[in-house]
Write a protein that binds this ligand. Structure first.
Ligand code: CDP
Length: 133
């Protein structure tokens, strides 16, 4: 089966990274992730990122660049991460679907939350890529 990409956002504002707590499915609930979702057929990763951030958080965001790396999820999915920022005038993020809490994490707080196992190496790469911390 060919690979399917899940895009997630390193959404940064004022030097803080947004983390979202999953409310479902049961085995992932309570763990934190970089918000995102599956790239649909015919969709670019950047467009998927903008769509997912709007659907899940109610924000207007702009993708930046890909954070180098790829992190396997349950087959056939593989996680790619892009930097992103809120557009001027965007609403503040709210947990509209999939999540029940959000936190803007300052660099010294990034490891305060229990990230999904598969997000841990991605978050490490985000920190290095963005020079956070
Ligand atoms: O919203 P959509 O159904 O497109 O995607 P999702 O359910 O949010 O994410 C698809 C899969 O990627 C799920 O199994 C998530 O657990 C996983 N995922 C992840 O491991 N890490 C992320 N930062 C985002 C999604």
């Amino acid at each position: 089966m060919s690979e399917r990409i899940v895009v997630a956002a390193a959404l940064v504002d004022g030097g803080r990274l947004l983390a979202a707590r999953r409310s479902a499915p049961a085995d992932l609930a309570g763990r934190w992730e970089l918000p995102g979702g599956k790239v649909e057929a015919g969709e670019s990763p950047e467009a998927a990122l903008v769509r997912e951030l709007h659907e899940e958080l109610g924000v207007a965001a702009e993708p930046g660049e890909r954070v180098p790396g790829r992190w396997p999820l349950r087959a056939p999915f593989v996680l790619h991460v892009w930097t992103a920022r809120l557009l001027p005038g965007s609403a503040a993020p709210e947990p509209l679907e999939d999540h029940d809490a959000l936190r803007w994490l300052a660099p010294d707080r990034i490891w305060d939350v229990p990230w999904l196992d598969q997000d841990v190496p991605a978050v490490e790469r985000v920190i290095a890529h963005l020079g956070l911390g």
